[in-house]
Ligand binder design. Structure first.
Ligand SMILES: *Cc1c(COP(=O)(O)O)cnc(C)c1O
Length: 392
């Protein structure tokens, strides 16, 4: 008999009932150090007082009206994000997938309005992840995600991640945009070198294409800048965000330049819940903390500490681990042992990590994790690796 919860996930046998900062408490009382953060969502850990206050204060006043009316909390968050980023205008969603949908629609509408309805093709990359909607899986293109769900939305061309020559030669008269994660998350924490991102920007400028960045996982302070593309010193035309922006409340957004959003006039797109008062109140509380340069400086220091410790760990467990990669507090460890075995062994030692493609485990801690907790995490991963060595 099918489970009452549709069985699309193979879940770990863990049930968390409470969260405190960087810690999750299991129903049986065990305390786990959370280096998954709900897959890069809980940027300020669990039950952060400022976020709890923002949510409960708003909840006691007004939950939902509709985008048929002005929403002051949405206006405030939009103004803040416009101030802090390349963007001139923002559309709020509830998830990364919805942000992907809009990014695709916006890029096509842009060219339609310019008198080029034939420009519908979007270049994407192998190993990418843009969500589970029909557009999202078509953009990703992997057999694992698309098989059995056809016919797929047409107009996506997948190239090898980072293969510049292939990109230049794949651009045609029908190409409208390039869409890429500055650091692939689900794909196994594969960073695109800054020089490549700069190269993509130039390529887009030379061919008049829109550059769409998917910062759903790598954005909102994760890499030590508010948004990861800032490291490369370039701006996208359109950027998708979600995950961290809500700190655990479902919230996403598409940020765009005035030019790129030129086709998005009244009636062209909408959402019942997108930009609701609860989500935007929390989003503003997140950005008030994470957008502070002093906070981001701390993230970089913590990242350096964690990275240095992990390099040592990997070299002392060469039978289990291969390399460390990533940026800031978005770290992947490519494993020699099976990544799921490593994740499970870490559970045995009270540590949560997240598996990803390319036999990688991901460390995506809360951005306010303490130095002491970083020490605990490395220690627990060390014990997990030793356990695996002893078992083989
Ligand atoms: C998680 C993720 C998505 C999808 O976001 P959802 O909120 O799960 O819909 C899209 N792109 C990237 C890079 C992601 O990591």
């Amino acid at each position: 008999m099918i489970a009452s919860v549709m069985p699309t996930y193979s879940r770990a046998p863990l049930t968390f009932v409470k969260g405190e900062g960087s810690w999750l408490i299991e129903a049986d009382g065990r305390r786990f150090l959370d280096l998954g953060a709900g897959i890069a969502v809980n940027v300020l850990g669990h039950a952060h007082p400022a976020l709890t206050k923002a949510l409960t204060d708003q909840a006691s006043v007004l939950w939902h009206t509709s985008n048929l009316y002005n929403i002051p909390q949405q206006q405030a968050l939009a103004d803040t994000l416009v101030d802090l980023t390349f963007a001139d205008t923002i559309f709020f969603t509830n998830s990364g997938t919805e942000s992907c949908e809009l990014a695709v629609k916006m890029a096509r509408k842009y060219w339609y309005e310019k008198g080029h309805p034939e420009k519908i093709d979007i270049i994407t990359f192998s190993g990418s992840f843009h969500g589970r909607s029909s557009a999202g899986i078509a953009a990703t293109g992997s057999e694992k995600m698309t098989k059995g769900f056809g016919p797929l939305l047409s107009g996506f061309t997948q190239l090898e991640f980072g293969d510049h020559d292939a990109i230049a030669t794949s651009i045609t008269d029908k190409t409208c945009a390039i869409m890429i994660e500055p650091i692939q998350g689900e794909g196994g924490i594969r960073p695109l070198p800054d020089a490549c991102l700069k190269g993509l920007r130039d390529l887009c400028d030379n061919h008049g294409l829109l550059l769409i960045l998917d910062e759903v996982q790598c954005g909102v302070g994760r890499t030590g800048k508010l948004f990861s593309h800032e490291w490369a010193g370039i701006d996208p035309d359109i950027m998708m965000i979600a995950k961290g922006i809500g700190g655990g409340f479902p919230l996403g957004a598409v940020l765009a330049t005035e030019n790129a959003a030129g086709g998005m006039t009244a009636g062209t797109h909408g959402s019942t819940y997108g930009g609701n008062p609860l989500g935007c109140a929390v989003g503003s509380a997140v950005i008030a903390i994470v957008g502070d340069p002093v906070f981001l400086n701390d993230v970089n220091q913590k990242a350096a500490l964690l990275r240095q410790n992990l390099e040592g760990l990997v070299s002392s467990h060469q039978d289990i681990f291969e390399t460390v990669r990533g940026a800031g507090l978005m770290i992947g460890i490519k494993c020699k042992a099976t990544n799921l075995e490593v994740v499970n062994a870490a559970y045995d030692h009270g540590l949560i990590t997240v598996p990803a493609a390319d036999n990688t485990i991901r460390l995506l801690p809360p951005l306010n994790i303490s130095d002491e907790e970083i020490g605990h995490a490395v220690n627990r991963l060390d014990k997990a690796a030793a356990q695996l060595t002893n078992n083989t």
